[in-house]
Ligand binder design. Structure first.
Ligand code: 8DG
Ligand code: MG
Length: 140
């Protein structure tokens, strides 16, 4: 039987013209640059999940958390098929002087700010698809 779809929440943490990205060590999307984020836990709002995952992965506190969009991702190739509903949020640093920490070094090589016009490669698949479609996380 196929596994149930899973819900991921990823956060565009915006600082000026830059967003926070980290190169993944996890098996899904290994070595690609991704947003902080993780899986929605039972009973959580998207905003709560965004704040929790950013804190757990980077130590940062965020504010003005808003829903942006959702994408439906089916990875049918590979040993472990995955159906992922990815919820994308936007947020800002609660304290602009706070610096990201690599709190989960087994999952990530480290966090850094990247100019939206000059993103690193390769981006994590679901993120790359959005960027290629012309999506922008910045307020209009
Ligand atoms: P958890 O199981 O400890 O709660 O979470 P995690 O280990 O931190 O999960 P994750 O793989 O970082 O993220 C959860 C899902 O969200 C993952 O299967 C893929 C999806 N997702 C996207 N785009 C992005 C992205 O840019 N960054 C992150 N972190 N996840 C993303 O579709
Ligand atoms: Mg994560």
């Amino acid at each position: 039987m196929s596994p149930a779809p899973v819900i991921g929440v990823a956060v565009f943490l915006i600082n000026g013209n830059t967003v926070l990205l980290g190169r993944r060590r996890s098996s899904v999307g290994h070595n690609t640059y991704a947003l902080p984020g993780g899986h929605l836990e039972f009973g959580e709002s998207f905003e709560e999940c965004a704040a929790r995952e950013v804190k757990e992965e980077t130590g940062l506190d965020i504010k003005d958390i808003q829903f942006l969009t959702v994408t439906n991702n089916v990875f049918s190739e590979g040993a472990k098929p995955l159906h992922l509903v990815a919820v994308f949020m936007r947020a800002y640093l609660a304290d602009p002087d706070q610096v990201p920490q690599n709190v989960e070094p087994d999952k990530c090589y480290g966090w850094d700010w990247y100019d939206w016009k000059n993103l690193p490669e390769p981006l994590f698949g679901p993120l790359e698809t959005m960027v290629k479609s012309g999506f922008s996380p910045f307020p209009a």
